[in-house]
Design a protein. Structure first.
Length: 157
């Protein structure tokens, strides 16, 4: 599996999700055992649901364990060029057509939450911004059409 790049917050978020899923797995095991004791498993909805849910939880646990094992934590406090946009950057830009000011933080796909201003570094917008710096204007091809964006500020928090 290719390396997974995460911020420290993203790594901790995945670890917390893994811990919660393991707790759920233990609860589901108890529920399945209780349902099994009720008799006929072919028509036991609680047993069938529990097994399906357990399968989903186990699948996500395995996925998270693989991702966390191969994760590389991006530490933006290191000596990197902080004028250049990369994973972890918070970018403030102005849409030159609408004059709207936008602020996004570039994150891994696992951390992306557009409603919270976090976009995946693999999204078309982020791909168009990568490597640029404050004071430049970039043209980004998006599914909704091409946008011209003036990069006002690049920060690493």
């Amino acid at each position: 599996m290719p390396d997974v790049y995460l911020t420290k917050d993203g790594f901790e978020k995945l670890q917390a999700e893994l811990t919660e899923l393991k707790r759920q797995k233990n609860e589901l095991s108890l529920e399945i055992n209780e349902a099994r004791e009720q008799g006929d498993l072919k028509e036991n909805a609680g047993y069938i649901y529990g097994k399906e849910k357990q399968s989903q939880v186990m699948s996500r646990i395995n996925e998270l364990e693989v991702r966390l094992r191969s994760a590389k934590i991006v530490d933006n406090s290191l000596a990197i060029n902080k004028d250049e946009i990369r994973l972890g950057a918070t970018v403030t830009m102005r849409d030159e057509n609408t004059k709207a000011t936008l602020t996004y933080t570039l994150s891994s796909a696992d951390e992306a939450d557009p409603s919270a201003g976090k976009i995946s570094v693999s999204s078309p917008l982020a791909q168009g911004l990568l490597g640029s710096g404050a004071g430049t204007t970039v043209k980004v091809r998006l599914p909704s059409g091409e946008k011209e964006l003036a990069i006002l500020k690049v920060e690493y928090k």
